[in-house]
Design a protein around this ligand. Structure first.
Ligand SMILES: Nc1nc2c(ncn2[C@@H]2O[C@H](COP(=O)(O)OP(=O)(O)OP(=O)(O)O)[C@@H](O)[C@H]2O)c(=O)[nH]1
Ligand SMILES: [Mg+2]
Length: 206
């Protein structure tokens, strides 16, 4: 039986790894392109601006996941990065507005967080930063706002990227504890087998 597709949106700050994650997911599932790379309708001048300035995005893809006789389809949408700067102009602002619209409409939100920026040494009066007692999660700016918004949604997954670049010892358990019931997958580059874990979560949430 053909089930309807679930909309999955991948959001996060600039350079957090959204497009890399989308490409990795599309590579490991049956996928096909579904529509124009720039979902907002743009004039030719705006299109030129987007080509020169906008970050690289993967075009929306329909992915098919199979488990035995069962299969589920979802549309994966990469997005422009969310930014802290409210002083955006023209096309960039429209593009951000589009990301926010996709976020509101999506059934499943994947929030990509760069671990090297969001995990910080534990501050303690007994430890200097050098001998920190581990890393803890410190969400800021749009990451924090997105988390505050999305944690009330039914289907919200956090993917933490670049964890192989962390220099200080840290424990997945500590980060999971600080996120409560929100599921989190830790990636060490996009060839990681943890990409399968992301797919399993999406399967469960779809
Ligand atoms: N070491 C490491 N690098 C990563 C990982 N994920 C992504 N990168 C790198 O981080 C950089 C940014 O990745 P992108 O996938 O373009 O990030 P993005 O969020 O789509 O960036 P924008 O679209 O510009 O906001 C690229 O150089 C990636 O190769 C990871 O898990 N580990
Ligand atoms: Mg990108």
């Amino acid at each position: 039986m053909n089930r309807p597709c679930s909309e999955v949106v991948v959001v996060g700050k600039a350079r957090s790894g959204k497009t890399s994650l989308c490409r990795a997911l599309a590579k490991t599932a049956e996928s096909r392109r579904v529509s124009h790379p720039y979902p907002i309708r743009a004039t030719s001048e705006q299109q030129r601006w987007l080509q020169e300035h906008a970050s690289e995005q993967m075009e929306p893809m329909e992915l098919t996941l199979k488990k035995g006789f069962l299969q589920k389809r979802w549309i994966l949408r990469d997005t422009q990065s969310l930014v802290d700067d409210p002083e955006l102009e023209g096309v960039r602002r429209e593009s951000l507005a589009h990301t926010l619209r996709l976020l509101l409409q999506a059934e499943i939100i994947i929030h990509v967080i760069d671990a090297t920026r969001a995990l910080r040494p534990q501050r303690s009066i007994y430890h200097s930063e050098k001998e920190a007692s581990g890393l803890h999660l410190q969400l800021e700016g749009v990451d924090l706002e997105l988390y505050e918004y999305a944690k009330s949604r039914r289907a919200y997954l956090i993917v933490m990227t670049k964890t192989e670049l962390l220099k200080v010892k840290w424990k997945k358990r500590d980060i999971r504890k600080s996120l409560g019931k929100i599921p989190v997958v830790f990636l060490q580059g996009t060839e990681d087998k943890a990409i399968d874990e992301v797919k399993q979560h999406v399967w469960r949430l779809a």
